[in-house]
Write a protein that binds this ligand. Sequence first.
Ligand code: NAD
Length: 302
Amino acid sequence: MTGHTIGIIGAGAVGQTVAALLIGEPWCDRLLITSRTADSATGLVADLDDMAHVVRAGTRAHAVTVAELDQTDAVVLCPRATFTNTASRDVRMAGLAANAPLIASLARTLTGYTRPVVMVTNPVDVLSRLCATISGAPTYGIGSATDTARYRTALAAHHRVPVNEVDGYVIGEHGDGAVICASSTTIRGTPCAVPLDLIRAELADRPRRINAGIGRTRHGPAAAVLSALRKLLDVEDGTDVLSVNRAGVWLGIRLRIRAGRPTVQPLELDPHETADLITARTKLEAAYRTINHHEQGARTCL
Ligand SMILES: NC(=O)c1ccc[n+]([C@@H]2O[C@H](COP(=O)([O-])OP(=O)(O)OC[C@H]3O[C@@H](n4cnc5c(N)ncnc54)[C@H](O)[C@@H]3O)[C@@H](O)[C@H]2O)c1
């Protein structure tokens, strides 16, 4: 279980938090970090080195180039292109045009990579598909796991029960097309009332509050990355909600991961949830069609 090397692309808010969490993981020996500038990667490495010495962790971080990531057991993709996001709805999808060429270029460098790639960059479902299509690497998007955690927290507060008594999932798009699986949600094993409007409002407002308070959402998604890595690298078995290929479209789906191998665990949906999932799927397919030219590389404009 020891000896894993993890690559991180993008030394920003999420990349730094993922790296700090991995320093504390006994199964992670090495972190290979690359970012837009060598300075930010080496700066992060020095800071992590100090951290590792203080807490006596064995994990060592190194600044590398993207080409050197072929030595890793998994890669976390969390870069963000420079752009100003002025959207007030569909906020994550608003990053599509700016982030797609960045992810396409990194995915080309990862061509032939066979280990898991964990995508964080938004819009995560569409960019997971782009990365998987270009690189051929098994690509898992992070997003619905955080939505699921937020859903359970909000529902537990509403019913005034401990959060670990709530079992329920959010699947589909990590964004405005999230599908709340209310009909299969239980508290202590018993179906419960789900105030959908309240939950939808909280799923939209919570990241807004985090961003307003501390600038960027980082700890929740970084924990979701760690949870996925532990399972995909066979450190532990368990259930996760990740964005994967479902009949050609990447969207958040419940997976059971045993011995590092994910299998889809479909949830029973009522007619409303089924309609929501079809809507999310249609939206993600339409969004992908606006960027699929990146599969071919740069086109000549005539
Ligand atoms: N899926 C989720 O649940 C989730 C949650 C939070 C953030 N995100 C997304 O993750 C991405 C990163 O967020 P952040 O807050 O860490 O952003 P950030 O701006 O803090 O950091 C982005 C980093 O990417 C680096 N970068 C830019 N171009 C690069 C390149 N070509 N190669 C390598 N690195 C490059 C930048 O230098 C910067 O260090 C965003 O798209 C954000 O929307 C997703």
